[in-house]
Design a protein around this ligand. Structure first.
Ligand SMILES: [Zn+2]
Ligand SMILES: [Zn+2]
Length: 354
């Protein structure tokens, strides 16, 4: 396969991105080429688009970004054994080394030599993307592309919530971006007795309500620590999912946790955050857990089953489905926060058809 393809490219080390022609990638023996049907915009992509401090330190322009997608395999490398041309797939975005201690002990999500699709290498904001066969995830043929595309971030939500047993527990989710919104549904389906959704963005708090949160806390109007304590016998929530990345919210998240509780942190604060380890963590016996990526492939199985069995409905989180070429509108929505998940659909794929 040769020639060019349309791609959203981070062309310069500066704000923004351009839609332009790029060479179609070549695949290695163990890789597959996928024709992208739909791709979705992640918070990480917004960091890259905005060209903030994190992006400046990590990203090497020019390159194609984007990592959440679904599509159809159109070419397979010589050593590919399971994936076939025509398969309807999504992909795990962490490309791991298979050789380090973590990889060899079944903890590939903690691989010490991880490369991330669309961050450390060309990604999926393009007509074609290549990934190693081992990263391919097969989708049921009737899964809508919008859902197939957002399984990767849904995996983050599932990994964060289900890291700790939540059945019969109170769960507080700080930060109601798309992953926080999906985490609400995951926590409810796993048997949490009450779920608190905390944010300051009214649009997203309304979505949080739709996703089944029992208590909505607008931090612009009320103190989440006071509210959570009031509704948990003054003890605090059993499990906290920190998805805001905001220093003040992280402090409130620790404060709102019951003694002996669990705090699972998925967010990536832009800068180091000051916390009182003595009084907020040690004397209160909190367990703080960093969450990265998705367990390979336990989390993918959970995500796939939750969707296939309709145990959770994350459709309300997908608020915008736009043509691929309207990506700038998608990024503006994400920058303003007046959206849930934004899915971009490729021109070659018409809505309603797999
Ligand atoms: Zn992402
Ligand atoms: Zn490794």
């Amino acid at each position: 396969m040769c020639g060019t393809m349309k791609a959203i490219v981070k062309k310069e080390s500066a704000y923004g991105a351009v839609l332009t022609d790029m060479p179609i990638p070549e695949i290695n023996d163990h890789e597959v080429m996928i024709r992208v049907k739909a791709t979705s915009i992640c918070g990480t992509d917004v960091h890259i688009y905005n060209w903030d401090d994190w992006a400046k330190g990590r990203i090497k322009a020019p390159y194609i970004f984007g990592h959440e997608f679904t599509g159809e395999i159109v070419k397979v490398g010589k050593q590919v054994t399971r994936a076939k041309i025509g398969d309807y797939v999504s992909a795990e975005t962490h490309i791991v080394c298979n050789q380090c201690n973590m990889c060899l002990t079944g903890q590939q999500h903690l691989c010490q030599d991880t490369n991330i699709l669309g961050v450390d290498m060309d990604g999926c904001f393009a007509e074609f993307v290549k990934v190693p066969e081992q990263n391919v995830w097969q989708n049921p043929s009737d899964m809508p592309v919008e859902l197939a595309s957002i399984q990767e971030p849904l995996g983050n939500a599932v990994h964060t919530v289900l890291h700790t047993p939540v059945s019969g527990k109170s769960v507080a989710i700080f930060g109601c971006g798309p992953i926080g919104l999906m985490a609400i549904a995951v926590a409810k389906s796993a048997g949490a007795v009450q779920v608190f959704a905390i944010d300051k963005n009214e649009y997203r708090l309304e979505l949080a309500q739709k996703m089944g949160a029992n208590h909505i806390v607008d931090i612009g109007k009320e103190d989440p620590v006071v509210k959570i304590r009031q509704l948990t016998r003054l003890e605090g929530a059993d499990v906290i999912c920190e998805m805001s990345g905001h220093p003040a919210a992280i402090n409130q998240a620790l404060e709102a946790c019951t003694n002996g509780g669990k705090v699972n942190i998925l967010s990536l604060p832009e800068r180091p955050v000051t916390i009182d380890i003595t009084n907020q963590i040690v004397f209160r016996g909190l367990t703080v857990q960093g969450i990265t990526g998705r367990k390979m492939f336990e989390t993918w199985r959970q995500v796939s089953d939750l969707l296939r069995t309709k145990t959770i409905d994350v459709q309300p989180v997908v608020t915008h489905t736009l043509p691929f070429e309207d990506f700038k509108e998608g990024f503006e929505l994400m920058r303003k926060g007046t959206c849930g998940k934004v899915v971009l659909v490729m021109p070659s794929y018409q809505r309603g058809k797999k």
